[in-house]
Design a protein around this ligand. Structure first.
Ligand SMILES: CCCCCCCCCCCC(=O)SCCNC(=O)CCNC(=O)[C@H](O)C(C)(C)COP(=O)(O)OP(=O)(O)OC[C@H]1O[C@@H](n2cnc3c(N)ncnc32)[C@H](O)[C@@H]1OP(=O)(O)O
Length: 152
């Protein structure tokens, strides 16, 4: 744990990837996301994320959207958290098949962002998502740690 938790930032990994705090040490995205650019992502659902036979767990789909929706805004604002995330599951998502996820910033004012994304297979939409993001306050993680310590 760093002395100042709010010093946390995401930098390109050894291989140039932008990875969350949980994946940076392994230098690979465990969700199976590979960024093409800031708004397009090649995604493959690893088999161990299957929820039904050959079909992705809905939590994996939500996690992928959470990641790409933040990545879409990351180049403009590196200090984001997700305030809300809504996923529409349109069709089952197959595991181990090449998927395309596109994401965009729909609105930004002050600390508030609204973003949306779509997951597709060969042009057919499988799921869509909308999220509200919030720019973190400078003491976001320190405040969290203080709150947690007060509940020990
Ligand atoms: C990237 C590259 C590859 C990687 C790409 C990106 C990697 C993946 C990105 C993942 C992004 C995520 O999933 S982020 C993780 C998921 N999201 C979160 O953890 C956000 C949790 N929610 C919050 O921190 C907050 O609710 C906010 C920031 C959304 C809104 O807070 P706010 O702006 O301060 O609003 P406010 O109404 O004052 O706060 C609501 C209530 O929460 C409390 N509160 C607010 N902040 C905190 C805090 N830090 N610690 C404790 N408590 C807090 C307030 O006291 C208040 O309590 P009371 O007065 O009501 O009692």
């Amino acid at each position: 744990m760093p002395d100042d938790p709010d010093a946390f930032a995401i930098y390109p990994s050894a291989s140039g990837r932008l990875l969350c705090g949980g994946c940076a040490a392994e230098d690979r995205c465990r969700l199976g996301i590979a960024a093409v650019d800031a708004t397009r992502f090649d995604v493959v659902c690893p088999a161990h994320w299957q929820g039904g036979p050959g079909v992705a767990h809905g939590g994996w789909t939500a996690a992928v959207f959470d990641e790409v929706l933040n990545l879409a805004a990351l180049s403009t604002e590196p200090r984001l958290v997700t305030k809300s995330l809504t996923v529409s599951y349109l069709r089952p998502v197959p595991v181990e098949r090449p998927l395309l996820v596109t994401a965009q910033i729909d609105h930004h004012a002050g600390r508030d962002w609204t973003v949306s994304a779509r997951m597709s297979l060969a042009g057919t939409p499988l799921a869509t998502a909308h999220a509200e993001l919030r720019t973190r306050r400078p003491d976001h993680y320190a405040r969290h740690e203080a709150w947690l310590a007060s509940h020990n």
